[in-house]
Design a protein around this ligand. Sequence first.
Ligand SMILES: Nc1ncnc2c1ncn2[C@@H]1O[C@H](COP(=O)(O)OP(=O)(O)OP(=O)(O)O)[C@@H](O)[C@H]1O
Ligand SMILES: [Mg+2]
Length: 832
Amino acid sequence: MPKRKKTAFKLPYIGIDHSNGYDVLYNEKGEFGVVLEVKNPVLQYAADPGNYNNFHQLYVNAIKILGEGYIVQKQDILSRKKFNPKSSGEYLQRKYDEHFRGRVYTSHQTLLVITRKAKPGFYTYSLKQINDFTQSIDKVADLFVRSQLPVNALNQNQINRYIRQILSMNFYDKELCLNNLLAGDEQLEMGDSAVRSISLVNTDTIDLPQVVDTHMERSDKESLKGFPIDNMGFLFSVPHFKTIIYNQVIEIVPQTSTQRKLELKRKRHSGIPDSANNMCVEDIDQLLEDIARNNQLLVNSHFNILVSGEKELIQGTSNFIESSLFQQGIIPSKNAYNQLELFRTVLPCNTSELKPYDYFLTTSDAALCFFFKESMSEDEISNFQIRLTDRQGIPVKIDPADLPMQTNRINNRNKFVLGPSGSGKSFFMNALVEQYCMYNKSETPRWLMDVVIVDTGHSYSGLCAYYGGKYITYTEKNPITTNPFAITREEYNIEKKDALLTLISVLWKSAEGKISQVESDVISNTISAYYQVCFDELSKIDRPCFNSFYEFALTFIPELIQKENIPFNIDEFRFVLKKFYKEGEYGSLLNEEVDQSLFGEAFIVFEIDSIKEHKVLFPIVTLIIMDVFIQKMRFRSKQRKALIIEEAWKAIASPLMANYILYLYKTVRKFWGEAIVVTQELGDIIGNTVVKDSIVNNSDTIILLDQAKFKDHYDEIASLLSINEHERKKIFTINQFDNTEGRGRFKEVYIRRGASGEVYGVEVSLHQYLTYTTEKPEKAAVEIYTDRFGSYQEGLDHFVKDYENSKMELNRFFSLVNQLGIPFGEKKEFTD
Ligand SMILES: Nc1ncnc2c1ncn2[C@@H]1O[C@H](COP(=O)(O)OP(=O)(O)OP(=O)(O)O)[C@@H](O)[C@H]1O
Ligand SMILES: [Mg+2]
């Protein structure tokens, strides 16, 4: 093999100087520039085409501020990294970390290099020029900041590191080591990697699409049709790359002289009539018209995709990029020979090495359409974070409560969860609640949380056992009792009185019943009079409770109706309410104080499946539980609180109860709490004004699971939940992307906080899956383990160990354990 000549790779810089708060990089030609770390404002999959246009306009303005003689070099860097979270202290959260550790993902960052071109000739230092320059940078930075986009100018060390990262095409390791560069015709080679430059245009013929917009619309899948995506959005799906640098260069050329040259060129071409010349004339006409009419700037532009990957795989990688460009009508440059040259021009502040043939002349508007606009979701910085995954399957932290309150995105923490049966509502809620409560036993908790869940299907039994919470199943022998009448003078107010009025109305008329104005006023008067006696004439009523209220009412009401001469069916009232009195069928329900230990409990599940169909009890017990929650809230000032109502909300969503629900939501907010209603029932929510006016209107967070099954009713759902067109598009991407490779089983969820929402993945470790699952046989198999071993954790550990040893499919393992009735590891002999 012939010996290759070695030449030193000379960096094109003379140094970095500090001026007016910026570290300014000088290149050998006397040009100087700053490197700014910026963000792309369009969240990937945000579904709103307006976002792309706003971004576009931001850069149009930036370019106008800078003006002639400036070069804008935007560099979007995609880098494959391995996810490496810090280990959590809490057991299930640690399992979550382990589940994702080492997962390869794409990270994205954006740098904006703004360079001042040098005048031809010798470089001379000019303070005024530097001052003008930094002032322009200040203005551009201000423009970004006013659009809520942070700008961070890199300092000397950071610039040096950035240059080294490019030279090694390595944005993933902390330690950088520069390999020898081997320049070939098709690619550069460094160590095991090959690097290729793919320029977007062919120099002589400008092979770009005739019309280009700020973004495109997807057409690859029926369900995703019309969904907006970045023109360069395919970069996120490039296979087998290590690093991609998308180098986007716009040089703002001298306008008048360039325009004059263009006009001359036009004249020359129109003199010789042939088809190629005609086309050229048309192009120039179009360009000149755009400039004249739309006040656009002429710019020289250059776009280059630099991609590195394993030597053996790089061909496939670049084929993918080229064919993706081709599909958009962009024919990449055939000039592969200048690979090293192109590589060098990617260095910040080194566009002066670009040759005239690397550029094409166009308007700033057209050039900016090729700017990369999307970014990926990032952790929200806050003290209250829960983890879901982004759409590529990497955990992201979001704040479902405090941060969006602080930024006025939401005004309350309440949530409304909707999805068809089996879509993963309870599973998602388990994931949420697990994280809500994860610090309750920690010695240094970031927060404490009390959770009360009303459920009808044992969806939270695993989690409750894991946290050692209180699991209360309603049975006739063991009913849930409370005494909603036991309040102090301080606690007695209009709202509490309304709540009692609702309760008594429901006891009398049932949840679906109607109460007349007179009846309502009579009961209201009775409550007032009752408490007056309770508080002022202590000897007359020994204890506020339903029994004493009932006795009081039976003497007070007849007097009242006689005095006022009004119709009121006191016999019916007496008879219907008697079943809640002393020896009546439900005599203990409203007379016995709540088990005081509940007030100290952080995690309580009320399981009321057994009375789901009971017309009298279901709504009343639901009311009782809500009352317990409200009472409990008053005792626990250090804890956040969440009341989660699955299905049971149906029992209370009647006009009679509307006020009570409002009271609940209002009180919850005042006590640092949130109410979450979970439902699958379309029929119950559509057209139900109580649901709309009290539940939905007071829930600033809407959480939707896969809505495909609801498609036929979507106009009604959209109107109930005030879902606009863009959000609807986002919602219908749930579970629609091809993003399952290399991931565990997961489902996606849409979370709208305030006006707009995002889709996240709900993917968890096997240990968490076993804790959350709502499938009966799966729960039963897990319980065999958790009952057998000392603690829930140990049960899970043994389960997973046995499962791994068994080398079976998970489903098979579940059924085998159920069949055995004992842990798999304890079986004597096994023949499958
Ligand atoms: N994110 C997920 N990852 C893995 N499996 C999931 C996920 N979400 C749901 N599942 C699976 O689907 C099953 C049903 O989910 P879940 O119980 O949450 O449905 P649901 O919407 O609450 O239904 P229902 O309205 O009938 O209560 C779970 O037991 C689990 O096996
Ligand atoms: Mg459920």
